[in-house]
Design a protein around this ligand. Structure first.
Ligand code: FES
Length: 508
C-alpha cells in the first residue's frame, strides 16, 4: 500500500513552502573568525546575530540550508508556557529556578518582537495568549497547580475555564503576552542582517571535526579549516558530544497537519493538551483572508513506525474538533527532551573553555532557541548571564536524573540489542512498492526501500552514529534511528544528525 500517498495534504512544511529557498555560498577556503557557529537553525542564527551586534567576526557553518532543518518544521509558538513545566521545576529545583526559567523564556519572546521591529522583518508576529488545557475534570487540579506555579514564577498566568476553542474544556492555564510568528521569515531576515553586519553564512558546509585548542579548529568534510577563538554547536542533537549528552537526551517526533479555516473560526490563542498523545493548536495568516489552522500531536520515538496511522488520527481530530475539510499541508517536527526537562545551553563539557552547545529544547525550540542566542552571546562576551547556571549542560543532578537517564539508556540498549535480533521483513520480495523494511541480506542487516517503479534500493541498516538499527517511516519515506533520532533519506544520505555520515549502499 502506498501509505505516504494515502495521507492528505502537501508533504511539506507551510513555513518552507511559503518562503524562497536560500543560496548562501559553500565555504571554499580556510577561514579565521572570532566565533564559528556550527548549525544554522534558530539557536545558531540567534547566537550569530547577537555576536555580530556585539562586534565579533562570526561565521555560521550549516551542513544543509539555514532555517530548513528542525527549525523549518516547527509549529513556531513563541511561548513561555511549556505545557506543565513550572510546578515541576519548582518542586524539583526550587522557586528561584522556576523564576529564572520564566524570566529567560519571556525575555526571549519579547526579544524577538524587538528584533523584528528593529530590523523591520515582516514575520507575521502576533501577540496572543497561550493555554494549556484539560478536558477531564480529574486533571483540573494539575492545571490549577501549574497556573499558580507560573504566576509565582512571575508570569501573567491565571486559571480559566473559558477559551476560544470550539469545544468545552474543564480548565486551562492562560498566559498573557505570548506570540506566534513565521519562523523562516524571521530567520531569513536575521540572516540578511548577520551578513549586512559583517558576519558570514556558509551553507552545504558540513563540519566533521572539532579541535578545542587555542584557537579552536574545525575541519569541514572538504578538508577546509576554520579557526575560531570560540565555537558554538547548535546542530539540534550536538554533532560533537564530549559531555556524552546523548545519554541524557531523548528524541521524540511529532506530526503536524495544517488546514485553512474561515477567519471568524480562529480560536484566538495557542493551545496545548497532553491528552490524546498531545494536541497543539495555533493559526497563521493564510490566503484569501483565511487562517491556516496548524495542529500538532501524536508524539512518538523516531523509527517507531505506524506514521501513516498517526497522521490519520491527527487528521480525524482536526476534522472532528474544527470541522476542517481540506488538509493543505502535513509535516513532522523533531526535538530532544533532557532528563530534567531543562535545555542544555552553555559550555560543551566540564573542561571546555571556548566550546559551547545548545540542545534539548523539549519541543519548545522557538523561545529556547532565542534564549540560547542571548545566553551564549553573553557567555562569550563576558556579559552577565543570570540564568547560566540553570541551563549549564555540565549540571548533573544524580538523584533527580538517575531514573530518567537509566530509562532512556535502557530503551537505547533495547534497540541496540533487540533490533539486531529481528528482521522487519523476511525477504526483499515481501516489500511492497513505496514501502521499506530491514532485511537480512547475506548475513547483514540492510535497509531496503522499494520505489514506485518496483526497484529496491538497499543501504546498510546500521546507524553511522553509534550503531543502532534504523527503521522505516512509512509516511515520510525515511530511515530513522530510534536511539538518538538520526534520520536518513532512502539513498542513505543524512537528513538529520547526530549521524554525520550516510548509510552505505549495499547490493542485493
Ligand atoms: Fe545514535 Fe543512531 S542516532 S545510534
Amino acid at each position: 500500500m502506498d501509505i505516504a500517498g494515502d495521507t492528505p495534504g502537501l508533504a511539506e512544511s507551510y513555513w518552507m513552502d511559503s518562503t524562497e529557498p536560500t543560496s548562501y555560498p559553500t565555504l571554499a577556503d580556510d577561514l579565521q573568525v572570532d566565533v564559528a557557529v556550527v548549525g544554522g537553525g534558530i539557536a545558531g542564527l540567534s547566537t550569530a546575530w547577537e555576536l555580530v551586534r556585539a562586534g565579533r567576526s562570526v561565521a555560521v557553518l550549516e551542513a544543509g540550508r539555514i532555517a530548513a532543518g528542525v527549525t523549518g518544521y516547527t509549529t513556531a509558538k513563541l511561548s513561555a508556557l511549556h505545557t506543565l513545566v513550572y510546578a515541576g521545576i519548582r518542586s524539583a529545583q526550587g522557586a528561584e529556578a522556576a523564576r529564572l526559567y520564566a524570566t529567560s523564556q519571556q525575555q526571549a519572546i519579547e526579544h524577538v518582537a524587538r528584533t523584528a521591529d528593529e530590523l523591520a522583518i515582516d514575520c507575521e508576529l502576533e501577540q496572543l495568549p497561550a493555554y494549556t488545557y484539560v478536558e477531564s475534570a480529574e486533571q483540573v487540579q494539575r492545571i490549577q497547580d501549574e497556573a499558580e506555579a507560573a504566576a509565582a514564577a512571575g508570569l501573567p498566568a491565571s486559571f480559566v475555564t473559558g477559551t476560544g476553542l470550539p469545544f468545552p474544556v474543564a480548565g486551562a492555564v492562560r498566559l498573557e503576552r505570548q506570540a506566534q510568528f513565521h519562523p523562516r521569515r524571521y530567520l531569513l531576515g536575521l540572516a540578511e542582517a548577520i551578513v549586512e553586519g559583517g558576519g558570514a553564512i556558509y551553507e552545504r558546509t558540513r563540519v566533521l571535526d572539532l579541535d578545542e585548542g587555542r584557537p579552536c579548529r574545525l575541519t569541514t568534510e572538504h578538508g577546509l579549516a576554520v579557526t575560531a577563538a570560540d565555537v558554538v554547536v547548535t546542530t539540534h542533537f550536538p554533532v560533537f558530544d564530549r559531555a556524552l549528552l546523548f545519554a541524557r537526551l531523548v528524541p521524540h517526533r511529532e506530526l503536524v497537519v495544517a488546514a485553512p479555516i474561515p477567519a471568524d473560526q480562529d480560536p484566538g490563542g495557542m493551545y496545548i493538551t497532553q491528552a490524546d498523545n498531545t494536541r497543539s493548536v495555533r493559526t497563521a495568516p493564510y490566503t484569501d483572508g483565511r487562517r491556516l489552522l496548524i495542529v500538532t500531536g501524536e508524539s512518538f520515538t523516531p523509527g517507531a513506525g505506524g506514521v501513516g496511522d498517526r497522521y490519520g488520527r491527527l487528521t480525524a481530530w482536526a476534522r472532528e474538533r474544527f470541522g476542517v475539510k481540506e488538509i493543505a499541508y502535513r509535516w513532522a517536527a523533531q526535538d530532544n527532551r533532557t532528563t530534567d526537562q531543562i535545555p542544555y545551553v552553555g559550555r560543551l563539557h566540564s573542561a571546555a573553555e571556548h566550546a559551547y552547545v545548545a540542545t534539548g529544547f523539549g519541543g519548545w525550540g522557538m523561545s529556547n532557541g532565542v534564549m540560547s542566542g542571548l545566553l551564549l552571546a553573553a557567555l562569550i562576551t563576558g556579559e552577565p548571564a543570570p540564568w547560566a547556571g540553570l541551563y549549564d549542560p555540565r549540571r548533573l543532578h544524580p538523584l533527580r536524573e538517575a531514573a530518567p537517564m537509566l530509562k532512556a539508556q535502557a530503551k537505547v540498549a533495547g534497540h541496540f540489542v533487540g533490533d539486531r535480533l529481528r528482521s522487519h521483513a523476511d525477504s526483499v520480495d515481501d516489500i511492497a512498492a513505496g514501502a521499506g523494511a530491514v532485511v537480512r541480506v547475506r548475513g547483514e542487516r540492510c535497509a531496503v526501500y522499494r520505489d514506485q517503479a518496483g526497484t529496491p534500493h538497499a543501504v546498510s541498516a546500521t546507524c553511522t552514529h553509534l550503531g543502532c538499527i534504523v527503521a522505516f517511516n512509512d509516511a515520510e519515506r525515511t530511515w530513522e534511528c530510534p536511539c538518538h533520532g538520526s534520520r536518513f533519506a532512502v539513498d542513505g544520505s543524512v537528513i538529520q544528525g547526530p549521524a554525520q555520515r550516510p548509510l552505505q549502499p549495499r547490493s542485493l
